[in-house]
Design a protein around this ligand. Structure first.
Ligand code: ATP
Length: 486
């Protein structure tokens, strides 16, 4: 297909126009970095979530799923280190009062250097930044910004404050009257709901190490620099899995999940060359190894998923703060193959943002295509080539005319299929127009019922990606769609 363009601004407006993503509270001019998913977006998000859930839980006999509450006892966040450590280094421009996360500010400058072909300078800048951040050398970071003459995008000046840390957690009050109230936090990650339930799940599920606990759910972070559409939101959804292993085996499992998760993304249709690993130089306070699986978003390579070896930090912290023993009795091994006894398991975590994965899928799927037809004239369409397995609507059922018994046949097919997958029925407008609308929302198959259907019980099926049409038996439609969904 000639001339495919992939413009991010176009994609954002397409998402709005076709019921995928709306700005939150739009009628009040919106709320920054908060988004609502529309009728097609909610279904796509659910399909991605279900796919992740199935591959984690149903397809791994040693992983189970839970659904912990967003609110947790406030001591959770003291124990996890989030109250003391969950902050980002920020810098303010004194002229514009605009606040930046220092890594974002420096990375944007590095990107500009790369665009100018100054690859070596880009490399040195990012390497120095990583080293300074790893050493928590904020004076050094400020000097790096000044030495590189990195300017504020608004004031265009280099007049910066000192680098300071800002906590990212949202707090609120629990309790009916103010005097009784207590500060609690909206969880900034779903993982802690898994850690505090470790023993509940292990005991009630009779789980044997190594085993995992998976969870999907909302997380909240007061991101100061919220940008790039649904890439960085203040309210978002995570899909996390904590895998509990014997101490000393964590690197083995870290490497296992590193490979496994990249493979999973590829299985979802993300091309291997659009994914890469990025090892962390600065490790979080709980980790002994960490990396990001990055995707090449329309605005550059960015984190899609984190793989973290979290040691026994979290379970040990909860044990200390709760004063409840959180250990696992391992009755395997020994005669010096070791365990056989109690220990605190180590944890390897896989953590992917559902919204970021949504953005990945939709930015890969979006195409603005033009081509020359046989008669020499130009034609074009906007299409979302979402993999059939996760597309919001699988099949459009379109009677060619609104009469002659065609709608009746179409509705019968609809009734036969709708229990198995999401269908859409439409009888308005010319068939070409209906096909284009289905392309735009990403429906992989359209079936047209015409007069020939009445004669020989065949229909025209049209494939979204190739626009090829073929005649198949009406009775084969459901089977074909189910097969293609995989
Ligand atoms: P970043 O460096 O981009 O802020 P992070 O390293 O803080 O991300 P993690 O704490 O590892 O992110 O969270 C795990 C996953 O949750 C990320 O890989 C990402 O997909 C998702 N995520 C984190 N913060 C956000 C956000 N503000 N909006 C959307 N998704 C997010």
């Amino acid at each position: 297909m000639a001339n495919e363009s992939n413009n991010f601004a176009e994609l954002i407006s397409h998402c709005k126009e076709y019921g995928y993503i709306f700005q939150s509270s739009e009628i009040y001019d919106g709320l920054a970095a908060v988004y609502d998913y529309g009728q097609n977006g909610a279904q796509l998000k659910k399909n991605i979530r279900d796919h992740w859930w199935k591959s984690m839980t149903q397809l791994h006999d040693n992983i189970v799923g839970i659904d912990a509450a967003i609110f947790m006892h406030p001591t959770t966040w003291k124990a996890s280190g989030h109250i003391d450590n969950f902050s980002d280094p920020m810098i303010d421009n004194k002229d514009s009062n605009k606040r930046y996360r220092v890594d974002h500010l420096i990375e944007a400058h590095a990107e500009a250097l790369a665009l100018e072909g100054k690859k070596e300078e880009e490399f040195t800048l990012l390497k120095t930044m990583d080293e300074l951040l790893a050493a928590t050398d904020y004076a050094g970071i400020k000097k790096l910004i000044e030495d590189n003459r990195i300017k504020c995008a608004i004031s265009k000046t280099c007049n910066w404050t000192e680098v300071r840390e800002f906590n990212l957690m949202f707090s609120t009050q629990i309790g009916s009257v103010a005097e009784e109230s207590d500060t609690i936090y909206l969880r900034p990650e779903t993982a802690q709901g898994i850690f505090v339930n470790f023993l509940n799940v292990q005991k009630t599920g009779r789980m044997k190490i190594p085993f995992g606990i998976a969870q999907t759910g909302k997380a909240f972070r007061n991101e100061i620099v919220a940008r790039q559409f649904i890439f960085r939101m203040r309210e978002f959804e995570q899909m996390e899995m904590q895998f509990f292993v014997r101490p000393g085996t964590q690197m083995e499992w870290y490497n296992f999940w590193k490979a496994e998760r990249k493979k999973w993304h590829e299985g979802l249709g993300i091309p291997a060359e659009k994914l890469r690993y990025h090892d962390h130089v600065k490790l979080a306070h709980y980790a002994d190894a960490a990396l990001d699986i990055e995707f090449e978003f329309p605005f550059g390579w960015k984190e899609l998923e984190g793989i973290h070896s979290r040691t026994d930090f979290d379970l040990k912290q909860h044990q200390e703060y709760s004063k409840k023993k959180i250990q696992y009795f391992d009755n395997d091994l020994n005669e010096a193959g070791k365990p056989f006894g109690n220990y605190t398991p180590f944890v390897v975590e896989t953590s992917v943002g559902l919204d970021r994965l949504f953005l990945t899928i939709i930015s890969l799927a979006y195409a603005n295509e033009t081509w020359t037809k046989e008669d020499g004239t130009e034609d074009s369409r906007v299409v979302l080539k979402i993999p059939a397995r996760i597309a919001p609507t699988k099949l459009a059922i379109l009677p060619l005319l609104k009469k002659d018994g065609l709608p009746e046949i179409a509705k019968e097919l609809m009734n036969d299929c709708k229990n198995s997958f999401m269908c859409f029925y439409e009888e308005k407008d010319a068939i070409g127009k209906r096909y284009r609308r289905m392309d735009a929302i990403g429906t992989p198959f359209c079936v047209t019922i015409d007069h020939q259907t009445k004669e020989d019980n065949t229909v025209t099926i049209r494939y979204r990606d190739t626009m090829v049409q073929e005649r198949i038996a009406l009775s084969e439609v459901k089977k074909l769609v189910l097969e293609k969904m995989g």
